[in-house]
Design a protein around this ligand. Structure first.
Ligand SMILES: NC(=O)c1ccc[n+]([C@@H]2O[C@H](COP(=O)([O-])OP(=O)(O)OC[C@H]3O[C@@H](n4cnc5c(N)ncnc54)[C@H](OP(=O)(O)O)[C@@H]3O)[C@@H](O)[C@H]2O)c1
Length: 342
């Protein structure tokens, strides 16, 4: 294995989670959303180094704007013999502006990633937005629309067709709520294998977590470290920081690791699949290695369960439609889906 001078991790030591299709997803993936901080070439370089050193799971999305560069990186590590395609787990996601062309969006991601199939394809957000791709985050998009179940089901039928055609091995959801998932589970032919959702010690989403696990859906956790470098537009004065939480810091000191690593260990031991982002090898390798050694104790797991602050960082404010009052309208807090009547 080519290691670039980094201590590699044996992928066989990284736990996996079995999905309803029987496929097994590696319990830690590498995130690839560079936010405003990292360009596509830097992220693709990190993907190459990560795979050469033991990562097998890469979390991609068309909207991150780097699938072409990541595709080249993947092709290179396969060509050099580091991995086979079958040993990799590649996720991608259909963006909101392609809900009316899911097939086309998927084929574009496959072309960009230089793959014949995806291991997992997700509906990135449950809000259609056909007309204004890339709308500014500070303005209300006049074309944004709320969740409309009939439209979501059209998207899901296309997802099912992709699975039937073998272009994607598993299909799933992202940024869903229990009321929306209830409708999908009632009306779908192929059940979602995974739900990607914000999950970190200050946003544990216990009800949604239990709901998806109870329905055989594997939770994939984004922002597992609390996304400390997320764009300024996604920060509000009320936001907390799990990396500075005394409980996390105390456990990190006891284990002699960075607080970020405690967040990753906690996530995997809780039963979710974290997809931490970093382009820095010392960071992304410690995020992978940590789940192969020195687990948290039951007491430490319990202490972290007690620090949930219900603090959502990725609020989705850009998807608010005219007439919606606040970002909370996107999340069905009281069980009611705003803007669409059942
Ligand atoms: N489905 C969705 O809607 C959705 C939404 C958001 C994110 N995602 C996915 O989830 C991934 C992760 O989320 P995220 O990138 O927002 O947040 P994150 O993984 O919680 O945080 C990433 C930040 O944490 C720092 N970090 C990573 N490992 C560290 C370590 N071992 N020690 C210290 N600092 C560390 C990195 O700092 P440096 O920059 O200094 O390396 C990086 O900026 C994304 O890349 C994307 O693939 C999906």
């Amino acid at each position: 294995m080519k290691t670039d001078g980094i201590r590699p991790v044996d992928p066989a030591d990284v736990p996996k989670k079995k999905l309803r299709t029987g496929d097994e997803i590696p319990a830690v993936g590498l995130g690839t959303f560079g936010s405003d901080n990292y360009d596509a070439a830097t992220i693709a370089r990190a993907v190459k180094t990560a795979i050469r050193n033991g990562y097998r799971h890469i979390d991609c999305a068309a909207v991150y704007g780097n699938e072409r560069e990541i595709g080249k990186a993947i092709a290179e590590v396969i060509a050099e013999g580091t991995v086979t395609r079958e040993e990799l787990w590649i996720t991608s996601k259909v963006w909101n502006d392609r809900h009316d062309d899911v097939q086309g969006a998927c084929r574009q991601s496959l072309r960009d990633l230089q793959l014949d199939y995806l291991d997992l394809y997700l509906v990135h957000w449950p809000f259609p937005n056909y007309h204004a791709p890339g709308v500014g985050v500070d303005s209300r998009d006049p074309h944004a629309r709320p969740y409309i179940h009939e439209e979501y089901m059209k998207v899901w039928r296309e997802m099912e067709a992709l699975a039937d055609a073998g272009l994607v091995r598993n299909i799933g959801t992202s940024n869903m709520t229990i009321p929306k998932l209830e409708l999908l589970l009632r009306d779908c032919r192929i059940l979602p294998a995974c739900n990607e959702m914000e999950l970190h010690p200050h946003f544990q989403q216990p009800e949604l977590f239990d709901y998806v696990v109870g329905h055989g859906i594997v939770p994939i956790g984004f922002c597992p470290i609390g996304s400390p470098n997320r764009p300024e537009r996604d920060k509000t004065p009320e936001d907390t920081n799990p990396l500075e939480d005394p409980v996390i810091v105390g456990i990190a000191e006891r284990h002699g690791v960075h607080p970020a690593v405690v967040c990753i260990k906690w996530a995997v031991q809780r039963g979710q699949v974290p997809i931490p982002f970093s382009v820095k090898p010392e960071k992304f390798m410690s995020n992978l290695r940590c789940v192969t050694e020195d687990p948290l104790t039951p007491e430490e797991m319990e202490a972290i369960a007690g620090i949930d602050r219900n603090c959502r960082f990725i609020k989705g404010q850009v998807f608010l439609w005219e007439g919606a009052e606040s970002w909370e309208d996107l999340w069905d807090a009281d069980g009611r889906i705003r803007g669409w009547e059942r």
